[in-house]
Design a binder for this molecule. Structure first.
Ligand SMILES: CC(=O)N[C@@H](CC(=O)O)C(=O)O
Ligand SMILES: [Zn+2]
Length: 333
């Protein structure tokens, strides 16, 4: 069938209606500005340590034709080794906080968010950085995890695929936090292609060499991917399995809001493993157990994350889904 035939025209119209642009398919500008954020939470020390290291030894993250800028995003929280001073920096990159002009009276992290947005954004604009890798640690047994905020960013899906292949046989999960109601306005969200790097388990205020090493190689593979992309390598269509966040689950609590049960031992450290209907979730001091009563198997993660007690979150339920990306290549080689 020729593309000029009436049937061909019909087909093109159908393809156009489906939102597929055949001519520009997968053609993306070169990556020119990349930021590596550490200390978004001041007590997650792998990212703080790596960013401080790279501020002195920039050669390790340098890539031809790319500005790679390491940056401590919450210096006061880093100094005090706390998650935040006034409010969680990784929740305040919404348009209202970013435009609030109560200068002088602003909570520290809101002022800091505005400063970061003017240096690396503005969020949603053409001047925003191309990629931001934001480095976090978790007290949960998640291993290496990449956090995606969009299921349709082909560049990021391809980058996740590349990092996963490079890490093997070490696992590298991908968590998709796109769900309305669960999604939050992250520091990295000001970039065109935001990626969270979450590695655990590591206690708050502690650095473990194994966790540090995993975080370091994830960043290096991400930079390698961007370099190959800029050099004109075409990445063929791919698919990745991701864990899509469904909902947060809180601990059982008493009338005062205090915990009345803790994570059950058979769920502790079992991030990414199936939780089936009837499986234990929590156990109280009298030995009574709260069971999972849903109908579907789910995959819990962020199980017993220390920072989430105040957020009323014992773990998040996820489901496994497949994301696909079309082939991508750089349009400015
Ligand atoms: C433990 C931790 O801080 N996790 C991050 C996850 C993310 O960056 O999306 C957060 O809650 O902001
Ligand atoms: Zn964090």
């Amino acid at each position: 069938m020729s593309i000029n035939s009436p049937a061909g025209e019909e087909l093109s119209a159908l393809i156009a209606a489906a939102g597929v642009n055949m001519a520009a398919s997968g053609s993306i500008p070169a990556i020119r500005r990349v930021a590596i954020f550490g200390g978004t939470h001041g007590n997650e020390l792998s990212g703080v340590f790596l960013v401080k290291h790279w501020l002195k030894h920039g050669g390790e993250i340098a890539r031809p034709g790319v500005e790679v800028r390491p940056f401590i995003t919450n210096p006061k929280a880093v100094e005090k080794c706390v998650r935040y001073i006034d409010t969680d920096l990784n929740r305040v990159f919404d348009s209202q906080s970013l435009s609030s002009d109560d200068v002088g009276k602003l909570p520290y992290e809101i002022a800091q968010a505005q400063k970061i947005n003017s240096l690396f954004g503005p969020k949603g604009s053409k001047d925003a950085y191309d990629v931001i890798l934001d480095l976090h640690n978790t007290t949960a047994h998640m291993g290496a995890t990449l956090i995606l905020e969009s299921s349709t960013d082909d560049f990021n899906i391809q980058m996740c695929k590349y990092i996963q292949k490079s890490m093997a046989p070490l696992p590298c999960a991908v968590l998709l936090i796109e769900q309305p109601g669960v999604k939050y306005e992250t520091t990295r969200s000001i970039a065109k292609h935001p990626i969270g790097v979450e590695v655990g388990p590591q206690p708050q205020g502690v650095i473990r060499a194994d966790i540090l090493y995993i975080m370091k190689i994830v960043v290096q593979y991400a930079l390698d991917f961007m370099q190959y992309f800029n050099e004109g390598i075409e990445f063929p269509p791919c698919s990745i399995e991701v864990y899509r966040v469904l909902e947060k689950i809180d601990y059982p609590r008493d009338d005062n809001g205090d915990l009345s049960a803790v994570i059950h031992p058979t769920l502790q450290d079992q991030d990414w493993k199936p939780l089936n209907p009837g499986d234990p979730m929590f156990i109280a001091m009298d030995g009574s157990i709260t069971y999972y009563e849903g109908e579907e198997t789910v995959y819990p993660t962020f199980v017993n994350e220390a920072a989430y007690y105040e957020k009323k979150q014992a773990f998040v339920k996820t489901e496994k889904v497949t994301l696909t990306a079309q082939s991508i290549h750089c349009n400015s080689v």
